[in-house]
Design a protein around this ligand. Sequence first.
Ligand code: BG6
Length: 515
Amino acid sequence: MKNIAQVVPTRLTAHVAHAPATGPCALVLFGATGDLAKRKLVPALYNLAVEEALPETFALVGFSRSATSGDVLRGLQREALEHFSRRQPVDEVVWDNLSPRISAVPGAVDDPAAYAALRAELERIDQENGVRCNRLFYCATPASVFPSILRQLAGVGLISKASQEVARDGARPWARVIVEKPFGRDLESARALNAQCLEVIDEEQIYRIDHYLGKETVQNILVFRFANTIFEPLWNRNHVDHVEITMAEEIDVEGRGSFYEETGVIRDIVQNHLLQMLALCAMEPPVSFEAEEIRDMKAQVLRSLRPLAGYDVEEKVVRGQYEGYRDEKGVAPGSCTPTYVALTAHIDNWRWQGVPFYLRAGKALARRVTEISFHFRQIPFCLFGEENVCKRIDANVLKLRIQPDEGISLRFASKVPGDGLDIGGVNMNFRYADAFDRPAPEAYERLLLDCMRGDATLFARRDEVELSWKYVQPILADWECGRHASVPLYARGSEGPKEATALVRATGHAWERLA
Ligand code: BG6
């Protein structure tokens, strides 16, 4: 397939730099020395500092058992930047400006004394800055400890319900909490977790993170759909034959065996990243771009997902495990934890009735690629004489490439030059890297900043999270009830288990190739 055209942006909207974050802010990071902090959060904060997007009065307080002092924490964070920042080398001026604003509160998440120390540290920061900082608490910890963290924070008066505070004193600074995915382990625990959170804070103070929503290309799904007029008339059952959403990873569990044993691909990827992408692709146009309007439309899609009955799980959901997973550290020798899933989802609404949405995700696959392909209907009638010419005409495919090689392509048929009538498929291709003169920020940069600004558009609301759990619950129940003594294995670096190929072949379709 050749790229026959390059898209050039005709008129860029104003070069929109990060809008400044609101007011002074202290960010408290629970799990400050963990993997997420090292790989994503600290680099994101540093890159925001490079872009001068952090509030002028900003402090980062790392809460963890292992960062026993500010010096230790700063050392670890500097090391993390050298490994994981998207900008290299680390800018000494920026670091010299940022590092004095980083401090540590050593302690365990269930130790009340550590929270008293945290409170004292935040008060010290307020005093030294001469302003009372807004406070952002980031729980980069397992979901099971969120309730304990929230209770302890409430116990020392560091968080409370905004609605009640406003009633007493409208001028108080804000306190918000970011919680990492997966939010709960299943529907019941997610509901319980939501209820526990809402005992101490209001829904508007909870920012449930799904870093896929912070990716430029995922945000572009809405811009693509609603800032162009030519696609929307095609965006329905009349023109779309089926939709494929793939999130394939080349990496394996990378030493996180014990975490993955608890999680598996459904909790790790499907309940959040895949269903959020599906919701953005399938939702109705919102009334405006306000957070609640967009979340309402996404929730509507999730509510319209056809529930999977017990037998559907067998017919419509395929699982797999890469060979060698059981040898990973922290993995049980006979583990059936799936590292791969492929499933067929249906959306029971006017727009999408009868259009299968094929979803797949997995680790240790042939290639790292996340993309959403809209496969349009075949031509209705063969005009080109011989039937075998028409058989070679591929249906149009619109591909939203989330990563890597971020962009959008449209596949259509073209006459192959020469005598006779030969028809070939060609691609019209837009690549972010060619079209725009600035690299896309990392998802966490955008999300941290949005939270400081109080913009919840790119965070999942309570009902979205619960609806997603509700959808995957029958899969979890079926796979975890011990009915399956084994799981199909697939070779590392392959396309996944052969059962996934059979799943879509049964309806006359095929996955886009990974290799
Ligand atoms: C995380 C999962 O949410 O997403 C990881 O926990 C996965 O298992 C990661 O590797 C993939 O994110 P990205 O941004 O690299 O596609």
